[in-house]
Design a protein around this ligand. Structure first.
Ligand code: OAD
Length: 238
């Protein structure tokens, strides 16, 4: 079930990616050089990479977690929180981002389908726990007290994104689908627009450049998220 007041029968599903946090100073994943902050994807974002070199993978995510303290939600995050508050229908925000800027802006009906930097997952006891500060290779699990078994609670390549049942349920009923700040390079999120089209939803993309799936959208608006998202929200709520 998607949260909301259901006054107008509209079901709005918003998908966000790294581009929405770019104007807050959080680096996107796919830079022009194809590297993630100097690393190859397969060196930092796969279970195999973690098994091979846990110290490198922890250092990569510890650095990203540490940077969260230095960044703030931008006008696009705030606009989506306002949209959730004032939208007279059902609303669900699905983010591929692992930062916490949506919740800090006030979004509540939010799914982190690729996990969260501020969460840890103990491979020994399967507990998930809020995590602040560095994790490193010898972190102690607060649930089972085991050492060295906590990993970043991030969905890596080859792993199943979170809450797909809830997302698919919302997608199957959505009447409006918006994709913001994502390159459309990573499935299953990249395929949401096709499902939305299949069920008859209107679809819009807001991004700096046309995404890989741009042709599937009814409408594309190009520009920086902090400019074009507030304007779009203003129109929707007018
Ligand atoms: P990408 O880095 O692939 O794409 C970011 C998109 O944002 C690009 O299309 C840019 O054009 C756009 N962009 C950049 N700056 C922008 C701005 N100021 N305003 C609006 N758009 C802007 O990031 P994602 O699509 O989110 O997964 O990547 C998807 C997944 O790939 C990530 O969640 C991550 C990675 O694998 C995991 O870690 C599992």
């Amino acid at each position: 079930m998607v949260a909301g007041r259901q006054q107008n029968g509209e079901v709005l599903l918003v998908l966000t990616g790294a581009g929405i946090s770019a104007d807050s100073g959080v680096a996107t994943f796919r830079g022009p050089d194809g590297l993630w902050e100097g690393h190859r994807v397969e060196d930092v974002a796969t279970p195999e990479a973690f098994a091979r070199d846990p110290a490198l993978v922890h250092a990569f995510y510890d650095a990203r977690r540490a940077r969260l303290g230095a960044v703030e939600p931008n006008a696009a995050h705030h606009a989506l929180a306002r949209l959730e508050r004032d939208w007279p229908g059902e609303f669900l925000l699905v983010t591929q981002n692992v930062d916490d800027l949506h919740e800090r802006a006030g979004s509540r009906h939010l799914i982190h389908m690729h996990g969260e930097l501020k969460s840890g997952w103990c491979r020994a006891c399967d507990a998930r726990m809020p995590w602040d500060g560095p994790m490193g290779t010898s972190a102690v699990c607060p649930a089972c007290r085991g050492a060295g078994q906590v990993r970043p609670d991030i969905v890596w390549f080859g792993e199943m994104p979170y809450a797909m049942d809830r997302i698919e349920e919302a997608l199957s009923r959505c009447t409006l689908f918006a994709s913001i700040g994502t390159s459309g390079a990573v499935y299953p999120a990249a395929g949401f627009v096709q499902t939305a089209r299949y069920v008859g939803a209107r679809t819009i993309e807001l991004n700096l450049d046309p995404s890989q799936g741009s042709i599937f959208f009814h409408q594309t608006r190009l520009g920086r998220a902090s400019k074009i998202v507030p304007a779009w929200v203003e129109e929707l709520l007018a």
